[in-house]
Design a protein around this ligand. Structure first.
Ligand code: LLP
Length: 432
């Protein structure tokens, strides 16, 4: 199986985190989003321990909330010693409501409103990762009004193209995020930030993209960032404590994706950073990383009930399910690949080539095309693996389809972490 939390039970049913997925469908209904809590915790502790071991004292992994945001995930993150990266006032609100220690939260985003900045400061947010000059001014102004100095990092673009999907590639100079080193604008912004009284600049951030399997793009970005840090520290006589390398480690979605050893990657990046820091004549900065996908993706699985199996003579077969792009828009958006099983007959040969079609009134609502599974019939269940990241987080109510629940699995037990949306929820905001 693709990951060791996926298996086949005695009945031939697919199991996840050691539990029978068909029984879970019967208990909770479908579509159903499962989350393997031990896997989430295990992935977090790989980062926490590896960063402690290979980087300097105050280095931390930040959970990239955008990958999966609900109260329970922040509680787990806090318990596992993760910091967090949030990108909106909404994520901030969820983190705060979950009791996440706000001094360990970093506020990202390319357009923070005055109201969001004020809300974050009211909540005692630790760090802003500043994207642009306008928000720098506003953070400085609001901190001044409150009579304190706000800790910040600046988001910079190192000009790296890691060759992932164009829409999830963010480190190039021509990007809506951050400020470019290459054009000289980053240095201008830094000089300006250093002249302000109510912000304290402690370092830089860069994020080059997502679903990256090699470590070279991270090392290339780090080289540019460290050389630039050395230049700034020498020119402006400042000490910069942090380098935040963003997120982006890839995840195994299908059998032909590589198996990734995150601890080894972190160790290799650390030794690269150590050598490059020495070459640049600076102390190795403390490192922050922002993993999202590699924390939650393989802890997730989505289950659906099959409605019809339609073979168009001379063309192809469609298996229709009771969810689709509303709970997982990633195939429609990016053509993302997934591993799919017939959950009722995971032990049978996967010899039926078909397209898994969602239930939206939209022909692009597909989950996968031309994949092989054991042929299902109406009422059986389809499992889509590795759906923990950017599925629930990107879900919608298109066609007024309610969002599925998130059911957490742990040590043979299951519990609802986010309840299923109801039809009443769908009209909850409508005026009479
Ligand atoms: N930090 C920053 C600043 C980011 O922009 C991102 C992702 C991350 C961290 C986390 O990256 P990860 O470790 O998850 O790769 N919706 C797309 C992914 C968009 C990623 C956006 N930024 C998808 O479904 O593939």
């Amino acid at each position: 199986m693709l990951h060791d939390n996926i298996g086949i039970g005695e009945s031939g049913h697919l199991t996840f985190a050691g539990q029978d997925t068909v029984a879970l469908c019967e208990q909770y209904g479908t579509p159903l989003m499962l989350l393997d809590e031990n896997r989430v915790r295990g992935n977090m502790s790989v980062y926490v321990n590896a960063m402690k071991k290979h980087f300097t004292g105050d280095s931390h992994p930040l959970l990239a909330s955008k990958a999966l945001c609900f109260k329970g995930i922040y509680k787990i993150a806090a318990e596992e010693g993760m910091f967090t990266d949030i990108v909106s006032a909404g994520e901030l609100y969820v983190a705060k409501s979950a009791g996440f220690p706000m001094e360990n939260a970093f506020f990202h985003g390319s357009n923070k409103s005055d109201a969001a900045i004020s809300m974050a400061m009211d909540m005692g947010l630790g760090w802003f990762i500043v994207d642009n000059r306008e928000e720098l001014d506003e953070i400085n102004r609001q901190a001044g009004e409150r009579g304190f100095v706000q800790n910040i990092l600046l988001r910079l673009t190192p000009g790296i193209d890691p060759h992932t999907h164009a829409k999830i590639n963010t480190g190039r100079v021509d990007s809506k995020f951050g400020t470019a080193i290459e054009t000289g604008q980053a240095e201008e912004l830094i000089a300006y930030a250093l002249s302000l009284n109510n912000v304290a600049l402690h370092g830089f951030h860069c994020h080059i993209g997502s679903q990256i399997f090699e470590i070279e793009p991270f090392c290339d970005a780090a080289d540019i960032m460290l050389a630039f840090m050395a230049h700034i520290q020498k020119t402006y006589c400042v000490k910069l404590k942090y380098l935040n390398l963003g997120g982006g480690f890839g995840v195994r979605y299908v059998e032909d994706d590589p198996v990734i050893d995150y601890e080894k990657n972190i160790a290799e990046i650390a030794s690269h950073l150590r050598a490059k820091s020495a070459e640049c004549g600076i102390e190795m900065p403390d490192i922050l990383m922002e993993p999202g996908r590699s924390i939650v993706a393989d802890a997730g699985m989505t289950l659906y009930t099959v409605g019809s199996v339609k073979t168009i003579t001379g063309y192809k077969s469609y298996v229709s399910i009771d969810g689709g792009m509303t709970d997982n828009p990633r195939y429609a958006l990016y053509g993302s690949r997934y591993t799919v099983h017939n959950a009722d007959h995971a032990d049978r040969e996967a010899d039926f080539v078909c397209t898994i079609a969602g239930c939206c009134c939209e022909s692009g609502d597909l989950i996968q095309e031309d994949i092989a599974i054991a042929k299902p019939v109406r009422g059986e269940h389809i499992a889509v693996c590795v759906t923990g990241a950017y599925n629930y987080a990107m879900s919608s109510n298109y066609n007024k389809i309610p969002r599925p629940p998130i059911v957490m699995l742990k040590d043979g037990q299951s519990r609802i972490a986010v309840r299923r949306e109801t039809f009443a929820d769908l009209i909850a905001y409508d005026a009479e």
